[in-house]
Design a binder for this molecule. Structure first.
Ligand code: SAM
Length: 286
């Protein structure tokens, strides 16, 4: 591998690139981290890798060596023309905002060609959460998501609901996937250096969600409400929601599930939230 720092600097100079902060452009220049990402994604020729935000193509270069097919989704058209120059026919380029891409359709097309789909990315940090939630909530037929993101967000995604770093997103991610922490990456591994430390994590998509609920949307709405006012008891946090006619109704559900009336949302497991959601659905049907 040609010295990555030199190669990146040369590309930046050749194309007169100025990293666009608004697009979260921090280019990876650490060979070890690139190898770790590619190895932990366990890419094979049967795989179609979808890379989000390929930038100058540093990671892409290694992905094309291992995968049967690489599709890159990049918003910045300057980056897309560099990628065209560097990889021509080797990658399929989509010059679009990842949040607007019809991934379901794109993935179905690849499945017709019998590819297994893996997502690999050094994500733009300003939209990490919407990207991760899009990848999970759209129930895409993908095997794994190997991503580098900001360390604090990684901790939140990788913890088990109930642990210290738990947020509403912890439950959503846990519902759909098993998360593994892979490697912490210092800010010196990028040009330009971001202000934060990064971390590589891997999400393995579960065949079935971790709990059974009749109304998935309701489950996530409940969790979101509980965490919007996480210092309050669950009873108080949910008292203004339209799911319940009055506080007494919440109290009854908590009693039924043998939960203390002073319990806070962050103390609940996803199974307990699911039971509350199912109880509401049941009452609505009565
Ligand atoms: N993969 C490259 C690397 O590791 O050096 C660049 C990673 S950089 C952190 C994030 C990349 O995401 C940039 O190339 C940026 O232009 C691109 N990007 C930002 N917002 C995007 C969006 N909404 N959709 C697709 N790509 C986006």
């Amino acid at each position: 591998m040609e010295n990555i720092i030199e190669e990146t600097k040369n590309i930046i100079k050749k194309y007169g690139i100025r990293a666009n902060k608004n697009l979260g452009q921090n280019f990876l220049i650490d060979e070890d981290t690139i190898n770790t990402i590619v190895e932990s994604a366990e890419i094979k020729k049967e795989d179609c890798v979808i890379e989000i935000g390929p930038g100058l193509g540093t990671l892409t270069k290694e992905l094309v060596k291992k995968a049967g097919k690489v599709i890159c989704i990049e918003l910045d058209s300057k980056m897309v023309s560099i990628l065209k120059d560097r990889f021509s026919e080797e990658v399929t380029l989509i010059n679009q905002d990842i949040l607007k891409v019809n991934l379901k359709e794109l993935i179905e097309e690849q499945k017709k060609e019998k590819y297994t789909i893996k997502i690999v990315a050094n994500l733009p940090y300003y939209i990490t959460t919407p990207i991760v939630m899009k990848l999970l909530e759209e129930r895409l037929d993908i095997e794994s998501i190997t991503i580098m993101i900001q360390k604090e967000v990684a901790e939140r995604l990788a913890c088990i609901p109930g642990e210290k770093e738990t947020g509403a997103i912890t439950y959503s991610v846990y519902y759909f996937a098993e998360v593994k922490k892979i490697k912490e990456v210092p800010n010196t591994s990028f040009i330009p250096e971001p202000e934060v430390t990064s971390e590589v994590i891997q999400l393995s998509i579960r065949k079935e969600p971790v709990v059974k609920v009749k109304n998935e949307k309701l489950l996530f709405q409940l969790i979101k409400m509980a965490f919007m006012q996480r210092r309050k008891t669950l009873q108080n946090a949910l008292s203004h929601s339209t799911f319940f006619e009055n506080k007494q109704q919440i109290k009854q559900i908590l009693e039924k599930l043998q939960l203390d009336e002073k319990v806070r949302g962050e103390e609940l497991t996803i199974e307990q939230f699911a039971k509350i959601a199912n109880q509401i659905t049941k009452q609505e049907g009565e």
